[in-house]
Design a protein around this ligand. Structure first.
Ligand code: TRP
Length: 327
């Protein structure tokens, strides 16, 4: 049997280069080799404040993004998490074997608590258990996601191990599939590119003008310092981004300019903007095609859900039996 791969993205707005390089590129690389399920995790989406009136549209946007970047429904299944209710059932069953204290200690939970002090809900605490259920429901072995998800992957493996030792070998221990761009820095010069930080990102549907404007706002330095590239600074961030989008030769040229203390950031940003747009343009064209073909997209979604439900039901049946639900 082919290895299974599972990944998901929350429907919280337009995908950006961090999602593209950290998750989508990994998905693309894996769809040729394995049995893949790529999901819009709408149940995870609602753990932070959201608008029910736009949820449907947001979910659809991610499906379109998936298709636009080249996820191919002939090679992988596209899923909408809530349409396969077995996720929730498995999450509940798994939650009974996992300690609350471990969930309270997770950095992702603490971050969200700090970010939304008035919205510390059970779903937020439960998030990693549902995520474990997402992958284990399909006995997924590889998970293409960004490096920030590693603590969640650890929880997933702990749950798999615990289940196996309590009820017999059932689940593999999923590993994260790493991509070259697993860490995409923020344009603000601090931290990583993030949907929730204004000015930090470039989305995959930004036009050339917008990309230029967003890059123009990214902080730099005087350009005359010279010497080795700084390790942790807005300029370091810019170079990390540059490396992900231009050839080695072009990168080395700018690095040399920096060392000699005569780098021109306007030129660097222009080259970077062009390279990013060159990569995004075909994606944007393809997205328009799908946008104009609603019926096809509906069919793709329906077929994904049908196949996923079949696979999910097999696992759930096995888990119910192993846990003693044999009446
Ligand atoms: N937590 C992931 C994120 O924020 C989204 C996610 C939910 C996910 N379930 C998943 C990713 C299962 C991979 C596999 O990016």
């Amino acid at each position: 049997m082919k290895k299974r791969v599972y990944s998901g993205i929350r429907a919280t707005g337009r995908l950006h280069l961090g999602n593209y390089l950290g998750a989508l590129k990994g998905m693309l690389a894996l769809q040729d080799k394995y049995e893949c399920i790529f999901s819009v995790v709408d149940l995870h989406t609602i753990t932070v404040p959201y608008d029910p009136n736009t949820l449907k549209e947001s979910v659809r946007e991610i499906i379109l993004d998936y298709l636009a970047v080249g996820l191919d429904p002939d090679k992988c299944y596209l899923e909408i998490q809530s349409k396969v209710p077995q996720h929730v059932e498995l999450a509940y069953l798994l939650s009974t074997i996992y300690p609350v204290s471990r969930l309270e200690d997770l950095p992702t939970y603490k971050d969200k608590k700090a970010q939304y002090p008035k919205y510390v809900n059970m779903g937020l605490l439960y998030y990693p258990v549902l995520m474990a259920a997402d992958v284990l429901l399909y006995k997924g072995e590889l998970v293409p996601v960004g490096i920030d998800q590693e603590p969640h992957l650890e929880v997933m493996r702990e749950i798999a191990r615990k289940f196996n030792s309590m009820f017999g070998q059932t689940f593999p221990e999923p590993q994260r599939f790493k991509t070259e761009g697993e860490y995409v820095p923020s344009l603000t010069g601090k931290g990583k590119m993030s949907k929730s930080v204004e000015g930090s990102f470039i989305t995959i549907t930004d036009d050339f003008k917008t990309i230029r404007e967003r890059l123009a706002a990214a902080p730099t330095d005087s350009g005359t310092e010279g010497g080795d590239l700084p390790k942790d600074s807005p300029v370091a961030n810019l170079f990390t981004l540059l490396k992900l989008f231009v050839s080695d030769d072009v990168y080395k040229k700018f690095e040399q300019d920096y060392k000699e203390g005569d780098i021109r950031y306007v030129e660097l940003k222009n080259v970077l903007a062009e390279s990013i747009y060159k990569e995004l343009k075909p994606i944007q064209d393809k997205r328009k095609e799908f946008l104009n073909n609603e019926k096809l997209v509906d069919e793709i979604i329906a077929e994904g859900i049908r196949k996923c439900t079949q696979m999910a039901e097999e696992t759930i049946k096995e888990v119910r039996e192993k846990m003693g639900f044999i009446y």
